[in-house]
Design a protein around this ligand. Sequence first.
Ligand SMILES: [Zn+2]
Length: 635
Amino acid sequence: MKPRPSCSILMLAAILQLFAITTALSQPAAIRLEVDATDAPRKALHARMHIPAQPGKLTLLYPKWIPGEHGPNGPITDAVGLKFSAADKSIPWQRDAEDMFAFHLEVPAGADAVDVAFDFLLPPSTGGFSSGASATGQLLDLSWNLVVLYPKGVRADQIRYAATLRLPEGWKYGTALSVSNESASGIEFSPVSLETLADSPVIAGAHFRSIDLTPGAPRPHRLHIAADSAAALEIKPEDRAHFSHLVAETGALFGARHYNSYNFLLTLSDHVAHFGLEHHESSDNRQPERYLIDEDLRKVMALLLPHEMTHSWNGKYRRPAGLATTNFHQPMKSELLWIYEGLTDYLGLVLSARSGLWTSENFRQWLALDAARLDHQAGRTWRPLVDTTVAAQLLYLARPEGTAWRRGVDFYPEGDLIWLEADILIRRRTEGRKSLDDFCKKFYGGENSPPRVEPYALDDVVVALNEIAAYDWRQFFQSRVYAANPRAPLGGVEGSGWRLGYTNTVPDMLKSLESARKFTDMSFSLGVTIKEDGAIIDVIPGSPADLAGVGPAMKLVAVNGRKWTAEILRAAVKSAKTNGVELLVENEDYFKTCKLDYHDGEKYPCLVRDGSKPDLLSEILRPLTTAPIAAVDPK
Ligand SMILES: [Zn+2]
């Protein structure tokens, strides 16, 4: 057995570590980082670093907790070919036995720096977030956290990196970083803190364009697009105008901006991971190649850019204290994601409508789907919303099968309902003189500034809301977020002059969702969702499908004796009043017939106007500005 280390050994280790930290902090020189991305099309990045250091023990860390992803997702497995040297002499290293992201080495006497070289293997898998697929033969999304190490113990905002980047020949790029020099050998970026570097991805590609969304404005707003084809770069004039209008609407909503410039980075490819990731002065938005062309894709993900831009205020500038960590090794505490993500999601939906990216009917159909899904979710009986935020780092990666009982990252859609209700409450209690917009201005606005972080606690939000409209906001959130509720919070929908109802016609938004995501949604009738190939994604506990023995991950083969298609299934449900519905399912190698006791016909959620109350929802969606500046391509 191995004895516990003695006190004196621990003290010595602490002194050495303190020495290493002090040394790192006192180093005025920036760490040099050279990234060679010329092999990105064959899925490899080559990184070299020159890290000022003093002789003695040194621990270097690979970023583990990734801001915006709210989890320990740093793709350490794909950091390979690691070599350390000083003055061209190789230095041995050991990975920490407990912390897979830490590398220990001894800087030799006489050395004043350590050179590090490693490769990052870009994955082909389109799952996950920034650690998912990021490169094709035509483009690259570069997240700097993939290709850096940093000394243990430093604050990410106090250590500087001077980064250079080499791209495949002829590729153009977009980023929020300032460029100090550009030549045939690469792009040199002005030195920035590690925090800013990791917060400033670069997109690049053979097919690339930049659009100035606010020509002549003091703060530039640009839309950079990298795509797998030239055709995918075509953006409709009305969409360009909507994105310009979005910028104007965020200014009117928050009243101040906390960035020097803002850069929408939009990657269009069927071969990268699809998601959005927020940054202070940019957002990393990755969508299918035909996002700007295909009406279904554009409609179902119209909210992406409004959502990610809102994060510049809610998430980047104002951030829950538990998520305002000092480096990428400090674990994040994500309890307040129902504000960070939940309010952002609500504002993203509102801004989609105010900017013209959505019609009011698009908004209502989306909200109805959110509300109905949450209202049918069996997992609500055991798991309060707050547990989906605390456990977000697990739930982001959970498989879709079983979601109805497990719950997912519901603080997004349930945030829509809760913050709509807060908005309605403020409007009603102040007789229309105030709204959630006033809270946004108060809490997220203030003076224009460069990027900075102002951490907050729940108490700060409660106090600010009370200054807009006096109410027991703590209890309001306690009952909706911190207690398990078997039913979804529909008070906002009902207070806004609408109510959740069901129709027998597939709403346009659901049609677009089914088309874009290749599935059939019979959640609200049979209690089941099905992939294009018949694989059953999920079954709602207690639903007719569940009671008849259908389970997630089975495969639907036939409906009432006929090979299944979405149309045949819908027709069977429609005539279920008299015939019932019989599903033949395959469960691994065995088949079974499930007889569903369901006779109510097709059911899809919709919002129904309640004429007894004023239509506050339409008030909320009304644009705050009228004259967006036309977008132009830079010369
Ligand atoms: Zn978000």
